[in-house]
Design a protein. Structure first.
Length: 204
């Protein structure tokens, strides 16, 4: 088993051991930290995700974004395609949902509008592990890396990629692959980490 697989297995186990109370507390802290941050306030088109496998829950922030009139999107997989990029489909409270091949709920592509990844302002990305330089380890499918491969040429090009995680998912230095797309920042229930490694513990 290579190092990435070892890290992935350990971090997934860690997430799943968190109690419902710990998950709730972390989700609320995450929402407070992000809701008043300029990156969130000034973004009109925001991609969220629905939590799975112990991921930190962004749904409190999603509810707030909808109330603020922001256009919210959820990732959707093309049916039976494992090597394709994600579609970012508009989500509202009445959006028809379906389960993808992984059993994760997502908007029904046929009944909702989608937006190209390059036109999103902010993307809230799930992750299994992260380090302070912006490296992200996902579940291994490569969907987000393929979706934002256009950002390899310039890190500053929109959208702003923000990884969300429990604090315990931080790793000292993740092994990198050529196709990995770095994050602009990571936010946890305890801190905001810019890609250069600067830590901001202030609760915004």
């Amino acid at each position: 088993m290579n190092v990435r697989h070892q890290i992935r297995r350990a971090m997934r186990h860690y997430r799943r051991t968190l109690t419902p109370r710990q998950q709730y507390t972390a989700a609320q802290a995450l929402c407070r930290r992000l809701a008043c941050h300029a990156v969130f306030i000034h973004s009109k088109h925001i991609a969220f995700y629905l939590p799975n496998d112990g991921e930190i829950d962004p749904r409190p922030l999603l509810e707030r974004a909808l109330k603020m009139g922001k256009k919210c999107y959820l990732p959707a997989l093309a049916p039976r395609c494992s090597n394709t990029a994600l579609r970012f489909v508009r989500y509202q409270k009445n959006t028809p949902m379906q389960c993808n091949d992984y059993g994760i709920a997502e908007p029904h592509i046929k009944h909702s509008s989608s937006l190209p990844a390059s036109q999103l302002n902010l993307v809230l990305m799930p992750l299994v592990a992260f380090d302070t330089t912006g490296n992200r380890l996902g579940m291994g499918g490569g969907y987000y890396d393929r979706s934002f491969a256009f950002k390899q040429k310039t890190r500053n090009k929109m959208p702003y990629l923000l990884g969300l995680a429990h604090q315990g998912q931080q790793y000292t230095q993740l092994p990198k692959q050529a196709w990995d797309i770095p994050l602009a920042a990571i936010v946890t229930d305890q801190q905001w980490i810019n890609c250069a490694g600067k830590v901001n513990k202030r609760v915004d």
